[in-house]
Design a protein around this ligand. Sequence first.
Ligand code: AMP
Length: 681
Amino acid sequence: MSQWILGIDLGTVNSCVAVVKDGRAVMLSDDSRTTIPSCLAFQRGQEIVGHAAKRHGVTDPQNTISAAKRLLGHSFDSPEVQDALERTSYPIRPSPLGSVLIEVDGRELTPIQVSASILQRLREVAELALEEPATKAVISVPAHFTDVQRKATKLAGEYAGLEVLRLINEPTAAAFAYGYRKATDFKLAVYDLGGGTFDITVMTAEGDCFRVDATDGDSYLGGEDFDNAILEWLIEEFKSEHGHDPSGDESARGRLIEAAEKAKIELSELEETQIELPFITQLPDQSRPNFSRVLTRQKLSALTQPLIQRTLELCGNCLEAAGIISEDLDEVLLVGGQSRMVAVRDAVREFFGKEPRRDINPDEVVAMGAALFGYSLSADDFKLEEQAAAAEAYALARQDTAIARKLLNEVEKLRADSIDDDALAERLETLLEETEADGTSGRMDDIELEPPPDDELSGAVDSLRDELMQLRGKAGAVMSGISEELSDELADEITRNEQAEAPKDSTIDRAAQRLNERLESAVEASESARTHLEKADQHGSARKVKLTDVASHALGIASVSDLFTVLIDKNVPIPVAKERIFTTNQDNQTEVAIRVFQGVAERASENQFLGEFVLEGIPPAARMEPKIEVTFRIDEDGILSVQARDTRSGLKQGIRVEDPLQLQQPAGGEAEKEPSSPPAD
Ligand code: AMP
């Protein structure tokens, strides 16, 4: 069974995959590029993903899906999707259930399906590089990802044929990659500015415990916004030069946005860069002008200042939530491709008052951390698997050794009997048949194949190997002795009788060959047992880190009058379970609607709706009498389940929004069914 656990960074713009090999995290790639664009397109009806899809997007943007992560787990009406409608070049429309459908190449795809295709591609890249199947994965998600977005990511992993062992928050994964090999305690901030999202996280490592102290972020702030800021400027420049808005021309827009991103990336190395776009678009007079502009670092910084300032605001909130000031931090890590921008680095340095770390590749650190986390989670299982494989190989080695020993003993006995040559040949023949049968039946009656306990296995393998060495030497001497004797006699016989055949010689050769085969197989199996034991040791010494993350959002339910009651506060450590008692607000009310939201607004309807269910069959009683216990539980993946129980009847109902495609906005208008808080005692 393959033991690889893929660490996958499923990014808005780029994605990548890593594994732990010999205790170290390594990136996997199908060529020399370790990241692939998170793009999907269709070319002559064939799905293409990654670099090829991104290239395709330059000429056919309407049929190329990029940044689908921004749509993942959102309803069509959500502000995020409405905002995306303005920017995406491919058509998006609502499904009958209110979720998002993307239309490309005459097909309809959900954001989950797009993510699944990208994950599938990463899996292929990994399997090609490893030359083995790899089906287990830890996938990273932005820290502020909502419950539905997390479920959607997990589902995409399952569609891609992956067993998703865990979701890990991207900044946590980065901190893991940084701190896994560190012996000292530390406190750090991870500033993660990717293609589509921003997260800031404060973490503490104490011994083998990694703890997230606080996290904050914005799911709609990333590199693409920087590209768009440049795009807007280019459009304005074009308009003032030619009096014509080029943004209606999809192809021109695609080229402008590509040029904007390219220029932005170049400015991380250069002070200024030239943007050249020949024959960019057709003007009303049918001409196709060339368009060129110089973009300087300074201009880029000015264009994107509001975006950078917004990230710093969130950094301030996060430090406050963690109850620290920037001087308390040992390190600041920069993660995400967009953090390479010079003005971003400068702003981070100034804000935190220390040089942010640049020695870790911001594009790869998250996948590496996810892989290390998966490895740390599974090292004990790997150790057990290797031990079992070692015990199996040891049993094989013992069986082969026993057969070889028996064969050798019998041959020696025959030799001691000094019977005549024909009889010797005949008995050797019978003996070979017997040992053959022992070998194929897989068992020898007279040996104990039960392997020794794990802690004695290593010693047992070593003594077996010693025994094998001796047996090999002895077998060599005995067999060549017999062979010589027989050859001499045979030579005499041939001299006496020209017709003499050579049955004895070939019989002894076969016996020697059989003996050798058994011994070689025993040596091979004992070597394999040794290798498995060494791997078991290696896994056994892997650092097992305990990771505590926090809830990235406040979660609660709507009670009467659209009042939002929080059950789980933002930044509480997870996994966590919290209960609260609610009651009915009408006499003889037999059902209550539990509507779950996330957010901090006092009015429930201003928060993000996550799901709802109705607890029915409450025995009739006066208002405020029933006691309905609502329990919120967040698991290690940050996924929420909610349960309501009528404490008198024991009646229970629960939800886990398993399939976010079913996502719907709350029906509303049923306020009388919502629970209320019981009167204070
Ligand atoms: P990620 O989601 O972490 O892969 O980040 C991708 C984003 O980083 C994209 O918006 C890229 O344009 C941006 N990016 C990548 N490299 C650079 C660079 N050298 N300078 C500025 N932005 C970059």
